[in-house]
Ligand binder design. Structure first.
Ligand code: DAH
Length: 329
């Protein structure tokens, strides 16, 4: 509200100061309205011009109109400045600081069984063994008969078998690969066969699916001493130089003689697997003359080996896929 006597210059100066001080476009518009709006002080001044005499009216009218334009111009400038800095601020907020250190992506890791299997395979391939695979759905012949385990053999009881249609079964042991790999091949040869095996075992500590690794070598002068040498080196490779192995006489239908091996683990003897000299009848069934060739074979659980190596309590935990569990390994 402009008091009557206020000079137009004073009013203009005041308007400029107030416009410059406005900190938002909203505030700016309010300041402008205070001068140029319907009830604004400049508008009121314009309305008083009619009372003046013509000469004064012309002069004063000119001055008020100039002031009005100057205020409009300053308003436009201030608004542009405010809008510019708002844009600047918005830009600054969304700006990417490329010098900030990045967030490292979470890295996965191989399953403990994959680690152990790879380690086992690399140990044997470094000794000239190659890797053979056999089917998991297997014939009775390859899984049992050819390995000297006929239908009524008591050792079938220890390997509760899952049968599938067509008289086939889920292999209970990787020993089936001995038959598959040896049939039709001429020695010398050496193979390992890691893979899944299945037994109808409902114990909560066990799993109906687990993994074994089979190894076998056939040559013209192979002894039980060679077998022991290989297994000693294998155990030390997996569990450390100070690891001891011992062999206990045992029976497996497909080896003669046969032994079970134990290893030392944290001061205890633990059963680790079976082994022996390949039974002459097994060689014969694969078309290999047992008068000329001999072989050794062994087999052990990969999962069990992994549990010992990582100090893990139960086999099933390996297969449940719980990342919180697997990450501890
Ligand atoms: N197949 C046997 C099992 O599942 C383990 C085994 C024992 C494999 C002696 C062999 C061996 O090759 O010679 O219990």
């Amino acid at each position: 509200m402009a008091p009557e006597g206020h000079s137009v210059d004073q009013l203009l100066g005041q308007a400029r100061t107030e416009l410059s001080a406005a900190s938002s476009t909203q505030e700016l518009a309010e300041v402008r309205a205070g001068y140029l709006g319907k009830k604004g002080s400049i508008s009121q001044l314009l309305r008083t011009l009619g009372k003046l005499d013509p000469a004064e009216r012309k002069q004063r009218g000119q001055a008020v109109n100039d002031a009005k334009q100057a205020i409009e111009a300053h308003f436009a400038e201030c608004r542009a400045a405010l809008e510019g800095s708002a844009r600047q601020r918005a830009l600054a907020e969304t700006q990417l600081d490329v010098t900030l250190p990045g967030a490292a992506p979470r890295r996965g890791h191989l399953h403990p069984l994959t680690h152990v299997t790879r380690d086992m395979v690399s140990f044997f391939t470094s000794m000239g063994f190659s890797v053979e695979e056999g089917p998991e759905v297997e014939t009775d012949w390859h899984n049992f008969e050819a390995l000297n385990i006929p239908a009524e053999h008591p050792s079938r009881d220890e390997q509760d078998t899952f049968y599938v249609s067509g008289g086939n079964l889920l292999r209970t042991q990787t020993s089936n690969v001995q038959i598959r790999a040896m049939t039709g091949r001429t020695p010398p040869f050496r193979f390992i066969a890691p893979g899944r095996v299945y037994r109808h075992d409902l114990s909560p500590k066990h799993s109906p699916m687990f993994h074994q690794i089979e190894g076998f070598l056939v040559d013209d002068r192979v002894t039980f001493g060679d077998l022991k040498g290989v297994l000693f080196a294998f155990a030390k490779h997996l569990f450390g130089e100070e690891t001891e192995l011992r062999f206990r006489a045992n029976h497996f239908p497909f080896t003669e003689p046969s032994a079970e091996m134990d290893l030392t683990w944290k001061g205890e003897w633990l059963e680790w697997g079976g082994c022996g000299m390949i039974h002459p009848q097994v060689l014969e069934r694969c078309g290999i003359d047992p008068e000329t060739w001999r072989g050794f074979a062994f087999g052990m659980g990969i999962d069990r080996t992994a549990l010992l190596r990582y100090g893990f309590p139960a086999l099933r935990l390996l297969f449940e896929g719980d990342v919180r569990v697997l990450e501890q390994i």
